[in-house]
Design a protein around this ligand. Structure first.
Ligand code: NAD
Ligand code: AKB
Length: 332
């Protein structure tokens, strides 16, 4: 049966009215997310923004605005300028950098979120994506198959900001009807843009060293197991969650999602299957304590049941893809 002409017209009108703003677009996730959103919804409907003056090369073919999310007036002016309907807020300091700049990390990670939540509360936009992290868990959290609901006692500034952010997201949803959606990303692995100062960054750096033929000096112990995910899965999860019908998004704090778990020793062994001469040494630094407070593996039953989450990449597929695409000249 054909849909009535009026329905088609309204659908197309709504589609064209969708305008998406990504804040913190030049980072590891933003770069890939902008490209995928432009592919799906049209370059003219996706506005990349970042505190950096210029877009990175990968983002040059589309709209870009310099924006400091701490500047609430400029943020609201950008919403008006483009008639933005949805915001993906990615600007934050990650775990390792946040430990070096705790006060600024708290300010950026919290004030940025409030600026976006308030704009939805005031009716300026109608949907938000804001990422949380496995850093919301802490030393007293069950470390294996960590459930959605359990003890959460983060011991890093980053984790504190993410847990507080989750509670505020749920609060704005329940009290003010804000349509905010969130995922607790594990460590993300990609080759498009370098990671920005996290504890899981070793699992990206290792590929640049392996491909450049350099020995890798790993900052975590060889048996440190952490939850990880290939970027394509993370982008798919993000857009699937944002496109899910509202009633399926039952959890408004943040969803656990799982991809794979491995140790430095395990990923090193996988890389050596392709590059047998690759060498590694282990010199743990302050990031070891952070990693030791995080889960080893994640239970994501709720995300599977509520909006159909399922990852595609395992360690073997991730390793082969990274080795094929990583460009060591970006780092060395
Ligand atoms: P990133 O550090 O690579 O990128 C962050 C971007 O935000 C950078 O381009 C930076 O220039 C920009 N930025 C910084 N301050 C800004 C400001 N004041 N205004 C506007 N932009 C600003 O981070 P990422 O890895 O892409 O992470 C994005 C989000 O996802 C963060 O909230 C992070 O906590 C979360 N997350 C990431 C991972 C991961 O493994 N990458 C895992 C869990 C959660
Ligand atoms: C970090 O290591 O800080 C991030 C994260 C897991 O949130 N990759």
């Amino acid at each position: 049966m054909k849909p009535p002409i009026v329905a088609v017209f309204l659908y197309l009108k709504f589609w064209n009215m969708r305008k998406i703003l990504i804040v913190g677009a030049s980072g590891q996730i933003g770069t890939e997310l902008v490209l995928e959103l432009r592919r799906r919804f049209g370059a003219e409907n996706v506005i990349a923004s970042d505190v950096k003056d210029e877009p990175s090369d990968l983002l040059k073919d589309g709209l870009y605005e310099k924006l400091d999310i701490l500047d609430k007036e400029s943020y609201n002016a950008l919403l008006d300028k483009y008639k933005i309907t949805e915001v993906y807020l990615l600007a934050a300091l990650l775990s390792a950098t946040a430990e070096k700049h705790p006060e600024f990390a708290w300010k950026l990670n919290m004030d940025g979120l409030f600026h976006v939540l308030d704009s939805a509360k005031e009716g300026k936009i109608n949907k938000i994506f804001w990422p949380s992290s496995i850093a919301v868990f802490g030393p007293n959290t069950p470390r294996e198959n960590t459930p959605q609901y359990c003890v959460m006692d983060p011991s890093t500034v980053y984790g504190l900001s993410k847990l507080a952010g989750e509670r505020w997201c749920e609060y704005y949803n329940k009290k003010h009807g804000v349509d905010v959606r969130s995922i607790r990303y594990p460590g993300l692995i990609s080759y498009g843009s370098l990671p920005g100062g996290g504890t899981t960054d070793y699992a990206v750096d290792i590929f640049y060293h392996a491909k450049a033929g350099k020995k890798y000096n790993c900052f975590l112990k060889k048996d440190t197991e952490l939850p990880m995910m290939y970027m394509d899965d993370a982008i798919k999860a993000t857009i699937d969650l944002m496109e899910a019908p509202s009633e399926k998004v039952v959890i408004r704090s943040s969803y656990n999602i799982s991809g794979m778990s491995f140790t430095p020793e395990k990923i090193y062994a996988e890389i050596r299957k392709s590059l047998p001469d690759f060498e590694i040494e282990y010199n743990p630094d302050f990031r070891q304590e952070i990693a030791d407070s995080w889960p080893k593996s994640i239970n994501d039953n709720e995300a599977q049941i509520h909006w159909g989450w399922a990852p595609e990449y395992d360690l073997k597929a991730l390793t082969l893809t990274m080795l094929e695409h990583v460009d060591p000249s970006k780092l060395f």
